[in-house]
Ligand binder design. Sequence first.
Ligand code: BGC
Length: 337
Amino acid sequence: MRAIWKGACALALAALAAGIAIAAKPTTSAWDAQRRLDRGVNIIGYDPLWKDFKNGRFKTYHFYKIRQAGFSSVRIVLQSFEHMDAHNRLPQKWLDTLDWAVSGATHAGLNVIVDEHDFNKCSDDAAACHDKLVAFWKQVGHHLRKQGNNVLFELLNEPHGVLDAEHWNGLLAELIPIVRRDNPTRNLVIGPTQWNSLHQLDTLKLPEQDRHIVVTFHYYDPMRFTHQGASWVPEYAHVSGVTCCTKDERAKIDSDFDEVAAWSKAHDRPILLGEFGAREGGDMASRVAWTSAVARSAERHGFAWAYWQFDGDFILYDMKKQDWVHPILKALIPNRD
Ligand code: BGC
């Protein structure tokens, strides 16, 4: 009788252990998460919907359009600081809009990067940035903790200015453990200083034992071409007529990406090219040539990518016509039917 009882207990314990194992959320490696990001696009960073939802340009059906066009992911660009109260609390209304975006994208079958994008504010005032970014990730990390592994968190877009390598690494050392409290195995997206420059990858310090990190960089070279006429880059604000791409210019893209791939291999970290694009200042043939050269080179190098951006400027989708900018779409996703 005793033996039977013991056996039953052992069985019950084994079943319980198995149950716990089943109940525990399966994790996704950073490499798998990065592969699933595949081809993506940046969305809603500058959409009025954050201030007043009904005035939004982006509607729920755009998530489906993006998926149907062949994209696998969206990078949701969040400028949250201006919505915080005096105690750095995010209003419920803002969180509701975030929930709409995350669930709209995931229901459409898209993977999601939740990107905190107050990069200019952060790079001007380290103290204010610190408090707001910590407050953001405490609230949003907790709020989104139950999301699936198809949702990744990007801690901050393009640190630069006062956020040099030393200060950025210091901030990361504080932010990562905060996010990890509620999201122990969620894949994070983190890039180096100087606007996520590939030339700064070697300065990036990540916790060696934390393997749930996808490393990101942004690519807009040659800036004279991609940012010609851009009011926010004084050096190129009055430049026009720059074309692309010669054989040498294409080779430069490949050799820059070789550098990133070598870093990725040496550090065993998967790569996301989180932004690239050529603004409307350039002629369409050159923009298509550059966009397709960058996207194909990224793919040959095994990087996931996210185009900058859906609408606003550098547009991929024309909100007035409710139609794709077909040459740019084809440059990004050539193998559509
Ligand atoms: C910024 C945009 C800018 C783009 C290209 C993004 O990170 O948020 O304002 O247009 O980079 O310069």
